[in-house]
Design a protein around this ligand. Sequence first.
Ligand SMILES: [Fe+2]
Ligand SMILES: [Fe+2]
Length: 194
Amino acid sequence: MSQAQTIPELMGENDVIDLLLRQHALIRDLFDEVERAAEGERDEPFRRLVRLLAVHETAEEEVVHPYARRKIDGGEEVVEDRLAEENEAKRLLTRMEKAGTTDPAFPANLTTLREAVTAHARAEERYEFVRLRAETTEAERRAMAAGVKAAEAMAPTHPHPGVESAVKNLLVGTPTAIMDRVRDVIRDAMGGKG
Ligand SMILES: [Fe+2]
Ligand SMILES: [Fe+2]
């Protein structure tokens, strides 16, 4: 899609596993950014973090987990464990978004969220991605990357001229509303095959 081509951080990633690993790194960077921001300036980086997490987790749920269930040994259990972790993080994210970034509990919640998201990402990398890479073809991973890229185009981690305003219109509201919107875009991009 043309919007994706305008976003530098998307260049050159055609393997879905590489793409997701890179998103894990971007998520770490955004946590750093939110943590470092002064209380009055947390809102903007936190919105980007909410968007990126919504996009990343929804892409995994729509594109990658279904594949892992079928393709890897013990895939059902691996995916159920990951979904439980994702749901826990989503509940906390939703509470934080509702309370706002000036909530006195925000820094402590951010630490809890970061720990949960980091542990979850590590478990994905160890138990899911390594095996998925071993048990899929390059063509399969390229096909999955298309869905993840379509989602990522909705959540630039740094504002890009002309893209940010379009993104804002699409990805506003609660984390749940954002995820619903992202899910629609991924399903369109995957042509109903996801
Ligand atoms: Fe995940
Ligand atoms: Fe992940």
